[in-house]
Design a protein around this ligand. Structure first.
Ligand code: CA
Length: 242
């Protein structure tokens, strides 16, 4: 960012502020590359999380709400293409950019075939990476209107974090959204408190805690009398289809 006039700097700074909430997950096992990516992306104003193997990356990408994933292919355990395949099934709306030392055409085509949004070969220019990331985030913003999940009478707007039931629209907190999203992904299934607790609050939470029940109460209040959330005594909760 050298050589900019003072007005240029202002423009860059306001752009960074606008990007502040953008979250990127980097799935990369090579510490040197991971460190380089994390530092660089953070300097550009992104919030960065790292996963050092495929399984951890897949879990985090499924569990948390990222705007974009950077994915290495040669990873210990679960390889990158498998992660991509699983992720595309679980979160088809999440852009995944492959950043790999493998630059052969068959691998690239395989990656695109499995749902990669973009493919960048190592070694890469950091400026090009940032430019490509911005293209993806811009596309995601433009396509936000299509990112809705229909689960019975519930419509969940993944981009706006809104829930709609009939004519009622509710703004959801992060936790409320994730609880409802988890239930919606398992429409009709009974989901235990423990499962919601570990999915949304993380494993360190006290299993005796009533945070799940409190959150469900808030959701019902927000979604009104027609909230399709059912309590199954001694078992958990279920989002009903009707
Ligand atoms: Ca690697």
């Amino acid at each position: 960012m050298t050589g900019l006039s003072s007005t240029g700097h202002l423009r860059v700074i306001s752009f960074k502020v606008a990007l502040l909430a953008m979250r990127i997950l980097v799935i990369e096992d090579e510490p040197r590359i991971l460190g380089f990516l994390a530092r660089g992306l953070e300097a550009e104003g992104f919030a960065v999380d790292a996963a050092r193997n495929g399984a951890e990356g897949l879990n985090r990408a499924r569990r948390d709400n990222y705007d974009l994933v950077l994915l290495d292919l040669l990873l210990p355990g679960l390889d990158g293409l498998t992660v991509l395949h699983e992720l595309n099934r679980a979160r088809p709306d999440l852009p995944v950019m492959i950043v790999s030392a493998r630059s052969d055409l068959p691998t690239k085509l395989r990656g695109f075939g499995l749902g990669a949004a973009d493919y960048l070969s190592k070694p890469f220019s950091f400026d090009e990476l940032i430019a490509r990331i911005r293209v993806q985030l811009r596309k995601a913003r433009q396509g936000d209107n299509g990112h809705v999940l229909h689960a019975g009478t519930l419509v969940l707007d993944l981009a706006r974090r809104e829930a709609r039931v009939g004519s009622l629209t509710a703004q959801l907190s992060d936790r409320e959204f994730r609880v409802l999203h988890h239930l919606a992904e398992h429409l009709g299934e009974i989901i235990s408190r423990e499962s919601l607790l570990s999915e949304v609050w993380g494993y360190h939470f006290d299993p005796g805690s009533n945070v799940v029940d409190v959150c469900i109460r808030r959701l019902r209040k927000k979604l009104g009398a027609d909230a399709p959330i059912e309590t199954i005594r001694h078992a958990g909760y279920r989002l009903t289809a009707a």
